[in-house]
Design a protein around this ligand. Sequence first.
Ligand SMILES: Cc1cc2nc3c(=O)[nH]c(=O)nc-3n(C[C@H](O)[C@H](O)[C@H](O)COP(=O)(O)OP(=O)(O)OC[C@H]3O[C@@H](n4cnc5c(N)ncnc54)[C@H](O)[C@@H]3O)c2cc1C
Length: 485
Amino acid sequence: MTAIQNPLRIVILGGGFTGASLAWQLARMRLPVRLTVVEPRPELGRGLAYSATDPAHRLNVPAHRMSIDPENRSDFADWLAENPDLPDPQATAPNGDLYVQRALFGRYVAERLAPHLASGAVRHIRARVSDVAHGANGDLLLLLSDDNRIHADLLVLASGHPAPALPRPLAGLAGSSQLVADPGDAEALAAVPQQARVLILGAGLSAADAIATLDRQGHAGQITCLSRRGLHARGQGAAEHDSQADFTAPPARRVSDLLRRVRHAIVDDQARGNGWHATFWRLRAQAPQIWAALDMTERRRFLRHLRVWWDVHRYRLAPQTEAVLARLTDQSRLEFVAGHLLDATRRGGGVDVRWRPRGRSQPQQAHFDRIIVTTGPAQDRCIDANPALGALARLGLIVPCPLGLGLATTEICRALDAQGRASNRILIAGPLARGHLGELTGAPECASQTSQIAREIARHALLGPILHPAATRPAVTAGHTPPLS
Ligand SMILES: Cc1cc2nc3c(=O)[nH]c(=O)nc-3n(C[C@H](O)[C@H](O)[C@H](O)COP(=O)(O)OP(=O)(O)OC[C@H]3O[C@@H](n4cnc5c(N)ncnc54)[C@H](O)[C@@H]3O)c2cc1C
């Protein structure tokens, strides 16, 4: 009875895929909680990845592996089959797998959540959390960008990917028309002239998205991608049987052993007619156990030496995007260059750029009309980049992950505070918890993690008020009040 009269107030900060999938899982459990998602975007579930409006931006994972429900892996593929009129005629890859436009996945997640929003099981507040303070009753008080305040007994941080940081040599170009500082800025990309010589910093999936956008816009100029090693994301390969490789029994304690085992597994998979892609699916599935077995020194070793190789094999191109890159490369309009950016100076309508090619001491220079930064989310500055996380850090309630991969958490995703204690009030969901789990970027991994968090919350919501009745509070209060100090 106590639990029903005083429902636990759960606030999810951020309603991208992570926040939406957690809200969906909690709503289905019909817990005695009051569930609020604070997210400025109009629809829950889209976030950074699935707000994409460019039809050239596709899922890089086949539809049958994408789902909001980790217990029903085919849910998205089933939804697509139920909606055969969806406008994506180029979705089918040569091997028959579907790589649909990312916007469609966003629509699917929003539709799955819609009944729970309509029933009131989930409340969406369209605002940003701009400040946080301790509430009078031991809860948390959140100040929203619309000047309302809400209380949270349990706060789940699902604020996802911070914006990319501007590389230091480009600081002098900030705000100039020659610089596209955020590849998610569709307007800035649309303004790139068709004949422009373009330098893209970075060579991962965001670079591939930017190239696909330029190509769709009819871009005819030269594109150079500069990254430290000149590597770029790999393609998908043919349809595979599942790999039988086992990296968990027991998991390697050293990165060098892990690398040896991966190489052997790839050889075995190839002998069975699979490509390395199958081995990587297996690695991805077993990543939490693999990561857990490595100590901090070995994790750092992985990040220093192997991360770039992991990234280009793990974060693969949709076949349609791969085809664009291959065509432009064949036409000598796209090149991948390995080097270290030194400086960039405005001249005329463009920019003179100097970089040191990898393995050489003599810098190289070229003139570009536009520079697009695709160096990825600045996970190491997630606290500085988000006022809500900044406020929590100032209160000593969260601390950065020592590996620079988001926030420090326990294995069940409770935030670690400045004293190293596991929080009872703050949980971390999605890519912000990557440092602890190793691999937590793709939608399938985020859905698995939110499912675990939902089970954890269920325990808290059902037992917490009974075991600690004083810890529950009256319902949310909202009103126009001055900012928190
Ligand atoms: C461009 C891109 C393409 C991707 N493509 C794929 C793919 O094809 N397949 C796949 O499996 N994975 C893909 N991923 C990875 C994966 O789906 C994402 O990592 C996942 O969507 C993470 O979602 P999120 O909700 O944690 O983060 P985000 O999408 O970043 O969403 C976080 C949300 O939090 C909100 N927020 C932030 N701060 C506040 C605040 N203070 N107050 C209120 N709200 C706040 C933001 O508005 C945002 O909507 C892609 C990722 C990106 C970036």
